[in-house]
Design a protein around this ligand. Sequence first.
Ligand code: FMN
Length: 157
Amino acid sequence: MTALPPWRQLQRGAREREGRSPAARWLQLATVSPDGTPRVRTLVFRGWADAAGLDLLTDGRSAKPAELRQQPAVELCWLLPKARCQFRLRGVVLTLPTEVEWEERIRHWQGLTPTGRALWGWPEPGAPFGAAEDFPAELADETPLPEHFQLLRIDLA
Ligand SMILES: Cc1cc2nc3c(=O)[nH]c(=O)nc-3n(C[C@H](O)[C@H](O)[C@H](O)COP(=O)(O)O)c2cc1C
């Protein structure tokens, strides 16, 4: 088994101090837009793929996938307020082998709660607000995985 990078132990300790706070899983993902200017937004940490592989989930129709195709280098900033600690982690978004990517997308899709899945049933990001029923609160377990359900695996090694 690959040894954990030293910051993983520190990060785990800081996360434990947050208890069950949902905010302990929020981090900021910075990318470079095609015009060379920075972009940053909050995402939910979805788990470790391996010692230095961090998984995020996003909507393939949002801006960031296109930014990442052009520039796969990213920086994450993960603030853990109770520990008064921030982890600034640099990495690259991996292009996974097709088979692995498909399996991992399915694994994540099936692992989400119906509420967590609902975001991928919403209209295209940036589209004008429509009717409330366009925004389901839940997507049932048997909902097929949408094309725009995208896994971002970041190699922080
Ligand atoms: C608390 C919180 C959690 C979020 N989690 C995610 C997430 O896991 N994945 C995601 O794609 N967007 C998430 N978002 C929305 C993003 O911050 C962002 O608005 C969206 O992904 C579109 O970004 P883009 O236009 O830069 O691609 C979250 C927003 C908030 C406030």
